[in-house]
Design a protein around this ligand. Sequence first.
Ligand SMILES: O=P(O)(O)OC[C@H]1O[C@](O)(COP(=O)(O)O)[C@@H](O)[C@@H]1O
Ligand SMILES: [Mn+2]
Length: 650
Amino acid sequence: MRELKTRYMERLSDLYPTIASASTEIINLQAILNLPKGTEHFLTDIHGEYEAFSHVLKNGSGSVRRKIEDVFGNTMSVRDKQSLATLIYYPKAKMDMVRQTETNMEDWYRVHLYLLIEVSKRAASKYTRSKVRKALPKDFAYVIEELITEKPGVNDKDSYYNEIISTIIRIGRAEQFIVAISELIQRLIVDHLHILGDIYDRGPGPHIIMDKLMKYHSLDIQWGNHDVLWMGAAAGQKGCIANVIRICARYGNLDILEDGYGINLLPLATFALREYKDDPCTCFKLKVPERPDSQEMQMNLRIHKAISIIQFKVEGQIIRRRKSFGLENRALLHRIDYEKGTILLDGKEYQLLDTNFPTVDPSDPYALTEEEEEIMERLENAFTGCEKLQEHMRLLLSKGSLYKVYNNNLLYHGCVPLTKDGEMRETEVYGKKYRGKALYDALETYVRKGFFALDEKERTEGKDIMWYIWLHPDSPLFGKDKMATFERYFLAEKETHGEKKNAYYSMLEDEKVVNGILREFGLDPEEAHIINGHVPVKKKDGESPIKCGGKVMVIDGGFSRAYQKQTGIAGYTLIDNSYGLLLVAHEPFESEEAAIEKESDIHSELMVVKRVVKRRLVGDTDTGRILKEQVQDLERLLEAYRNGEITEKL
Ligand SMILES: O=P(O)(O)OC[C@H]1O[C@](O)(COP(=O)(O)O)[C@@H](O)[C@@H]1O
Ligand SMILES: [Mn+2]
């Protein structure tokens, strides 16, 4: 057989059949390597808050404002700059507003088209012509390209541009054009998006966020525990299904399931209303403003209780079926004395706040009643058969993973489980021991098997691992000693509600530990960073998201409204651009209307975590490394052409 190297060169010569074509490609690649590195944008713990998410995506955590600043600096008032920013974020709504008061719209269009073209020129300058071309909106591709590329050959540039702009206005296309060019700016401002997990739960619009992500030009996702919970539910794991519905009920978000995904909750609702008809369900209050007289809320409360009880039963069954998970201490229903209304936990007896368990058979407390069984069967079919949910999960599977190493940053949602001495904690999964990176890799393989394995046993193991990842103390995405859901519903004693965080979270200032983690994932501790989400950073208590002198960043600041009281802000995001790493703290987002009307951006506070001495180029990135390899290969091909090993194909 001919040598692999020769065969590879021949394949390459199919793509670049002449000295000229190979040379052109080398020159092109070399040009890309010398462009500034694209901007990466990091978001985490979005928790269904689609309006805030969408706003931060539009403004690129301040990147649009920075571009406007670069272009216009002191030549424009702060107010005008803000107004231009709002136009870029919400072009259509902003123009609707302007039209109500502006008397000379033509003039307005002319001025703003000019401003937008200037900003897009600057935003495009970081990319190759071909990349910009791919990003151009179909309808206006040619014109925009004309307007944003320098034209050294045209003598009277101003009149050339003015002609184009006048024509756009004259034929009544200014508005569509402004929308298109604003979206182009939004698109160019961020080159790549990282979502560090927890898209789902608590907020009202995870499905809307997923729809947006499906269309996003370049992204990766590190799964959060809540995302894996939904993945398990979509794969048909009943423990996950019950949790998903319980959390939707608890936050008054059942319409995510019913309207967002078309999952029929009627059987569950009918059952809950009948079974808990006279039960006030006081322990199952919702995390939304109370409206006790609303019928919908009354139903919601009952669904909340019904599905919680089903969850505790189903989870008890899983715990018994999967003894190797070692979660027997979390099977709680058999520890209840149903006569006395008490529970025995760690040798101590506690009074239950709610003792009405009409569906629990004390002699077999984990058994579902026939009706509960049927409801769960139907729900399983609804989840696994929901096309839209499955499509969203395919996005999580294709763009997502449990962790990612990207341009010297190690990204994951939760933690690397550690012992109290700072060693990587060893864990047994289905009879094999893992820790650190190997644990991450093994769990991810199981998740994928849960969806794709042909063998039923393997598939079931995979599905159960998704439930494990959601709540197991050894799960790197959960990172707490127990999930105290039962205690938080049924017991008054606050000390039982605690969930102790893994040692990881108290060791983030320990450089030895942090360096150890970075090395474990193949990174150089002198250069690299860890970025994770999951635990809200309580800024108002003086906690900082930057740990270990900037080596670690914990950027969950609480997009989730429910957590804003604790954190005092509305989330952190991170920007990694050619100049360095910027951490942005966001003020709570009021609403889209307010953002447009008052032109109130999410007011953002900026912290520079790292400023590089020399502006970073594509050549300094992971993509750059691959491109450099391509250049090397092409140079070898050129050599082969020149020394007669390979013949040009003309
Ligand atoms: O207050 P809620 O919404 O019921 O959530 C509490 C539960 O959420 C968790 O904090 C997990 O969610 P996070 O990943 O967002 O932290 C559990 O540890 C806890 O039991
Ligand atoms: Mn989380």
